[in-house]
Design a protein around this ligand. Structure first.
Ligand SMILES: NC(=O)c1ccc[n+]([C@@H]2O[C@H](COP(=O)([O-])OP(=O)(O)OC[C@H]3O[C@@H](n4cnc5c(N)ncnc54)[C@H](OP(=O)(O)O)[C@@H]3O)[C@@H](O)[C@H]2O)c1
Length: 335
């Protein structure tokens, strides 16, 4: 009979210089500069051992925050199942060291209650998520998006009731227009459940949140976590190669049509700055987000342990000179 090896966490995972933690808005929670995201690469179609290697490697390097959603996979729900198995077999004794998040709002199951931000959707989806993840509670439960039709009051009251039920410790919001975000924060705060964090798409190529969301969050004392820091892999060196030899990701947003000659020229120019900093383009893209104090954490989507290590190492150099920042802005605004 073979004895299953058990996981022992790295005793130095919180040692100085391993991972930095930032205060999340004006809350008492500190989040790691790097959060591990489960959107892709952790589903039922992926090898369990690969997913496990990344999760345990992350935890061993001080990554305490794990970002999930009901429909991450594919298939939907399977990333939560993968997490649940890894957690149950390896990390259960470390539950108090972990921030686990999930979300509901996009399509999840058939019928009118399997999508959107209604009370019915949020409450039933969270119960299903907890079952898949083998957890009693999540740390942050996100409304994944403003759906355009559910009244803000209904969605926010459901989140408040979820916190009062003990199934989530904190409330998060994601993909809300700035005015809906302000209304949601006002409702939550009036009911004494301060929103902990906002999650928005933010990278060198997509900077919309800079204009309204980030200043609003700073004013409200709400943390900000950036997703898709590499624009789903575009901000990496694989797209710089000649078109003939370029490897396109299987991920839907990275079709050849998106990689225009102008984009490739920008990536090449950015890559030169990164090289002068001793970083890969992917590392510089992550560091650029962390150079802003308004960024609480960057949610990464590593396909491999090497990707994960590279992103962790990006946190070692997040200082940019004024000249570098000006040159990056010039490149990004090239027409
Ligand atoms: N709230 C929301 O609506 C929302 C939306 C999207 C994402 N998210 C969260 O944010 C997380 C990250 O999003 P994302 O997956 O789009 O992130 P991303 O980092 O922009 O893209 C990940 C892709 O970049 C490539 N990559 C990752 N690390 C790399 C590295 N160090 N060097 C070179 N290439 C690297 C890989 O592409 P290849 O596979 O092609 O190699 C990988 O699939 C998600 O897992 C999820 O938790 C939230």
């Amino acid at each position: 009979m073979s004895i299953k090896p058990t996981y022992t966490a790295n005793p130095d995972r919180y040692a100085e210089g391993t991972m930095n933690y930032r205060q999340c808005g004006n809350s008492g929670i500190r989040l790691p500069e790097i959060t591990l995201g489960f959107w892709w690469h952790f589903g039922g179609v992926n090898a369990y051992e690969d997913a496990k290697a990344k999760v345990l490697h992350a935890f061993d390097h001080g990554i305490t925050c794990f970002d999930l959603a009901n429909n991450y996979g594919p298939p939907y729900g399977s990333a939560e199942e993968t997490f649940g198995r890894i957690f149950d077999e390896n990390l259960r004794s470390h539950r108090h060291e972990m921030i686990v998040t999930t979300k509901a709002g996009y399509d999840m199951w058939p019928g009118p209650y399997g999508i959107g931000s209604s009370r019915k959707m949020l409450m039933t989806s969270l119960d299903e998520s907890l079952r898949r993840m083998k957890l009693d509670y999540v740390d942050i439960f996100y409304s994944h998006r403003y759906d355009g039709f559910t009244p803000i009051e209904e969605t926010m009251q459901a989140l408040i009731d979820i916190v009062h039920s003990g199934k989530a410790l904190y409330v998060g919001l994601s993909n809300y227009p700035a005015d809906r975000l302000a209304a949601a924060a006002e409702y939550l705060t009036a009911q004494h459940v301060h929103p902990l964090i906002y999650q928005g798409r933010y990278n060198m190529l997509v900077r919309d949140v800079e204009e309204k969301h980030v200043p609003l969050l700073t004013k409200l004392g709400v943390g900000f976590t950036a997703f898709s820091p590499l624009a789903e892999g575009v901000l990496s060196d694989k797209y710089i190669a000649d078109a003939a030899t370029r490897q396109y990701s299987l991920r839907n947003d990275l079709r050849p049509a998106k990689t225009t000659p102008l984009l490739i020229a920008k990536l090449k120019a950015l890559n030169e700055i990164a090289a002068n900093r001793g970083q890969s383009l992917a590392q510089m893209a992550t560091a650029w987000l962390l150079a802003r104090q308004s960024t609480t954490s960057v949610i990464i989507g590593p396909r491999t342990v090497e990707h994960l290590d590279s992103s962790i190492n990006a946190t070692r150099n997040i200082h940019f000179t004024g000249e570098e920042l000006i040159e990056i802005d010039r490149i990004l605004s090239m027409q």
